[in-house]
Design a protein around this ligand. Structure first.
Ligand SMILES: [Zn+2]
Length: 501
């Protein structure tokens, strides 16, 4: 392997993707030589076309570095640390990135995010080719086409990394993966390298305490971004949250933004650092129509309605100012609202149960706010939560239903890809016993039994039927998470709360 050629390919890639001005070439070569422990370099003369992402070039450089003993143990984690350091050479200083963002913003908000997103991918902060391994499909349900994703892109931990992590000194820096101190951090075996991460500060409330915009390294949908607090402080929904959400879609009208709920079970996976998630993607929920309108006495200009969705969603449409007020008003009312007939109790002792998952977007010139009512109470019968997927659907999904799922995108565990494939043969042979006997498949047996009553499986239709049926199970998962069921009793209970408003 000719390391000189690989260096030249990486430099050509950076120049072609406008990460590196051509006049900085010699400087960049020297930075790479340092990381590669080389003191010698002979230009290869390479000046060809380069791929849209650096994955292949980086893989070849890592192969070379592993042979030299610079990557040890030779695991995905160690390679990630090494190639991120290489790409960090092409990440400009944060202040320069921010200045460019605002210069482009003057042209258009889209121009600013286009460049910021392009660079996050070109710098391999978003590992586009790894994300492409995710399985994704759309499944038609009564609520529209839901997005189903099986996450194949998070590499499994190598035992060698787990062993290596034991020898690393315990560290609480940066405090978490969402802290802005990750920007430029070299990482360690138990914390990802972030030399290629850049954040743009946005002082949307004009209070001198900006929050930070960055992309998610996992991009579950187009331009999946994260907007995070400058401080490591827990998720907390307040009036300020609504101000931030609506100001965000005022500032970037082509993006939506939402917040996870601020209580366990109904919240996302990181409750310890206040943050939102947004992006440029239209979810099934956004397309779902309002099926019943109502008036808010206090806010006569706001259009309000209940959305046709498996979860319990109030949609508000109006001006930014009105929606901030109305959003805060509904949150406050909901926090203290109990309806024992509908199993909704605001508190157990001092422990609160009621919260919301709010999502803001633009609808033409108007602002729109979806408020999804949540309750995290558990009982002996439902120890994981009354309004959480029940045992019957755990074979597909048992994790928390956070913001992304709420909007209609299922993020399902990698094990499912293997299991769905393994289910095909016994389904075609109508061999239910084989499914029961198989340790990894038996949890799907009751589902398989139902499916066998409905379908005649063949080699041609089985994979497709399973994809459709997973979508239907996901719709049920969301129905479980809804505080008001889509039954006459549930609708009547929802109306009791609406009356309170
Ligand atoms: Zn943090």
């Amino acid at each position: 392997m000719d390391i000189n050629l690989l260096i030249d390919q990486l430099i050509a890639f950076a120049v072609n993707e406008k990460l590196l001005p051509a006049r900085d070439r010699a400087w960049a070569v020297n930075q790479l030589l340092d990381i590669l422990h080389l003191s010698d370099y002979t230009p290869s003369g390479f000046s060809g076309k380069t791929p849209p992402y650096p994955c292949e070039i980086l893989k070849n450089i890592c192969d070379w570095a592993a042979q030299q003993g610079f990557i040890s143990p030779d695991t995905v984690t160690m390679r990630d640390l090494f190639d991120t350091k290489l790409m960090g050479v092409f990440a400009r200083q944060p202040s320069a990135v921010t200045d460019e963002f605002f210069a482009l913003y003057k042209k258009s908000p889209k121009a600013a995010t286009d460049k910021f997103y392009h660079d996050a991918r070109a710098l391999d902060y978003i590992r586009t080719e790894r994300v492409a391994k995710n399985l994704a499909w759309k499944a038609r349900t009564p609520y529209g086409s839901l997005d189903i994703t099986i996450n194949m892109s998070k590499p499994e931990k190598d035992p060698k990394d787990i062993a290596a992590a034991l020898t690393v000194k315990a560290s609480s820096y940066p405090p978490c993966l969402l802290c802005k101190e990750n920007e430029g951090y070299a990482g360690r075996v138990n914390h990802p390298a972030r030399q290629n991460l850049r954040l743009v500060p946005l002082d949307l409330l004009k209070d001198g305490k900006p929050w930070y915009l960055q992309y998610s390294p996992y991009v579950y949908y187009n331009e999946h971004c994260i907007f995070l607090s400058d401080r490591h402080e827990p998720m907390k929904l307040t009036r300020k949250s609504f101000e931030r959400l609506l100001n965000f879609v005022d500032f970037l009208p082509h993006y939506f933004i939402g917040s996870n709920a601020d209580l366990p079970i109904v919240g996302g996976s990181i409750l310890t650092h206040d943050h939102f998630q947004g992006g440029r993607y239209v979810f099934a929920m956004e397309k779902a129509p309002v099926e019943q309108t109502f008036k808010l006495k206090k806010f006569p200009r706001v259009k309000a309605g209940i959305v046709k969705w498996p979860m319990s969603v109030i949609r508000l449409n109006g001006s930014k100012k009105d929606l901030i007020e109305a959003g805060e008003y509904i949150l406050k009312k909901w926090r203290t609202y109990s309806d024992p007939k509908a199993d909704i109790l605001a508190k157990t002792g001092d422990t609160p149960h009621n919260t919301v998952t709010p999502i803001a977007r633009r609808r033409g010139k108007a602002f729109e706010l979806d408020i999804v009512l949540r309750n995290n109470r558990t009982t002996e019968e439902f120890p994981m939560g009354i309004f959480h997927p029940h045992a019957e659907v755990h074979h597909i999904k048992k994790e928390n239903i956070g913001l992304i799922e709420v909007m209609g995108l299922a993020v399902l565990p990698a094990r499912l890809a293997k299991e769905l494939k393994a289910l095909e043969a016994p389904l075609i042979k109508k061999d239910l016993a084989a499914i029961w006997k198989d340790e990894s498949l038996s949890k799907h047996a009751p589902w398989a039994e139902e499916l066998l009553k409905k379908y005649a499986f063949t080699a041609r239709n089985t994979a497709e039927i399973l994809r459709t049926e997973v979508g239907k199970v996901f719709a049920r998962v969301l129905e479980y998470a809804g505080v008001y069921k889509r039954t006459p009793e549930g609708k009547a209970a929802f109306e009791r709360f609406i009356k309170k408003l």
